[in-house]
Design a protein around this ligand. Sequence first.
Ligand code: ZN
Length: 360
Amino acid sequence: MNQSFTLGRIAGIKILMHWTFLLLLAWIVFSEVGKGSDTRTIILTVLFVLSIFLCVVLHELGHSLTAKKFGINTRKITLLPIGGVASLERMPEDPKQELLIAVAGPAVNVVIALILLFFVDFSQYQNAENLPTAISGNNFLMFLFSVNILLVVFNAIPAFPMDGGRILRSFLAMKMDRVRATNIAASLGKFFAIAFVIFGLFYNFFLIFIGIFVYFGAYAESTIVQHLELLKGFRVKDAMITNLTILSPNETVQDATRKLLAGSDTNFPVVENGQVLGILTHGQLIGALQEKRHELPVSEIMETTYEAFDINEKLTNVYSKSQRAKNFFSPVTENNQLVGVINRDNLNEFVMVRSAFNED
Ligand code: ZN
């Protein structure tokens, strides 16, 4: 199931909305109806939530466009009910670049708040008793102003991998090595994550989700940084699978099935005269079997868009790319000739071997 749908593109970056976002909107409408609000208030409330998320998209674009200055592309920005996520291709290793990318998001909200300052008449809110509780045309911009301030304050919490946590890591990484800096930031991130969950149980259940998100984010990123450190200095040729099963383009689905069952390989490079023509994935093979196309040559169903790596490619680059692919499997070539393949299991195996070496 596709969990997000595309809203459009800004500066070449796909903007996606997760389906649960619609649940949030539905929940808002239902709770407003439950409160007995009139149609105008309900529409304004929905518009308000959409405006918040527009500010969130601009915030994420702040990160993305700054990253682009350092040659890092963003694949997509996803809107979740708990906020936005910009999926950067990679994180910069230079702490100064990371600092600027992290600061750029909240800086956008500061700018939005400053602009709104011109349009909000704060004098009417000086008396605490006059503070409005429901959105109206009058106080819409004041609420939007407050939300932007809140976004800045919330993101300043050093809960890695939230912005504040990234800022903290970049400062730490200027003083110590990146792995240690990440471990410290991630530990603090997990601490805040647990605090969010506990606080959320009593006050605001969105914080529970944010806490879970931060916890696993901190865990995942510190693992990746540790792995990258272990892989430094190695090339694909050090980790690739050389004992592999290949298919020729005119072998049939039935031939491929026999090879699938005979060994432990599940994806196969399709090769002619040593050159890779495509990849037959496990999914494609099973799909063809379900459609009873046993006699079909594999060249007709193979994947022809894939990434191959040169034998001397840095293993850290391959690892970073493997993190983004769902079923990572790539041919490895030398002078355009297939010499091996690399997949996620093998990379993980290599990481385990390296960490065993490092332990003594
Ligand atoms: Zn941010």
